[in-house]
Design a protein around this ligand. Structure first.
Ligand SMILES: CC(C)(COP(=O)(O)OP(=O)(O)OC[C@H]1O[C@@H](n2cnc3c(N)ncnc32)[C@H](O)[C@@H]1OP(=O)(O)O)[C@@H](O)C(=O)NCCC(=O)NCCS
Length: 171
């Protein structure tokens, strides 16, 4: 049934539950139009690296998802990926609120920085900057590798390898 435009205040943002993996996979595959990022999300959630998994829910249905997973590199650092919003719920700030909610949860839990490989125009609204990510040694280094400090100065003076959890190698 068509739902029309929904105010973001009518959407709930919360940690995902273990039994929601199939729904998250289905949502991410639909959002990306292929299964690769959905597989990545599920492999990361099931894997040994610590994760933060946040869903957007509307009327009992998952309409968005964002995942954060632990990186080896700077102290207490996370990778943000993937971020997926149901095509029927785009341009309603669901993606923005998922990222905001995730960042708040990560800060609350004591994480100190977040890296993302993404569109700078989208991620700069949260404070992500490419200069902060420049010292990272990683194969996808470039202008779309961005970083955000959750604790002031968390990345200052840091440089070195940035190692993503294994499932990223399959992408
Ligand atoms: C990218 C994606 C998550 C955005 O979700 P969304 O909920 O539609 O985005 P929002 O409503 O929060 O967008 C907020 C603003 O960013 C803009 N925006 C949306 N997608 C953008 C993009 N890819 N690049 C730059 N700006 C973008 C919107 O136009 C809006 O601008 P405004 O503030 O001027 O109105 C969604 O389009 C999606 O799931 N895409 C497929 C998967 C993907 O590419 N994920 C990201 C890479 S991991």
């Amino acid at each position: 049934m068509p739902h029309g435009r929904v105010a973001v205040s009518q959407i709930t943002f919360r940690d995902s539950a273990p039994e929601e993996r199939a729904a998250i996979h289905e949502l991410a595959a639909r959002a990306f139009g292929r299964p690769d990022e959905a597989d990545l999300a599920i492999d990361l959630i099931a894997g040994p690296a610590e994760t933060l998994s946040i869903v957007a829910e509307r009327d009992g249905k998952i309409v968005g998802h964002v995942l954060f997973s632990r990186l080896d590199g700077p102290d207490k650092s996370l990778a943000l990926a993937p971020l997926a919003v149901d095509p029927a719920f785009r341009e309603m700030y669901v993606g923005t609120e998922l990222v905001r909610h995730g960042i708040a949860r990560a800060r609350q839990a004591g994480w100190k920085s977040v890296f993302v490989l993404g569109e700078p125009d989208y991620y700069c609204r949260f404070g992500f900057r490419s200069e902060l990510a420049d010292p990272a040694i990683v194969e996808w280094q470039g202008p779309c590798l961005l970083a955000l400090e959750l604790e002031k100065g968390a990345l200052s003076g840091w440089s070195g390898p940035l190692v993503y959890p294994d499932p990223f190698r399959k992408l």
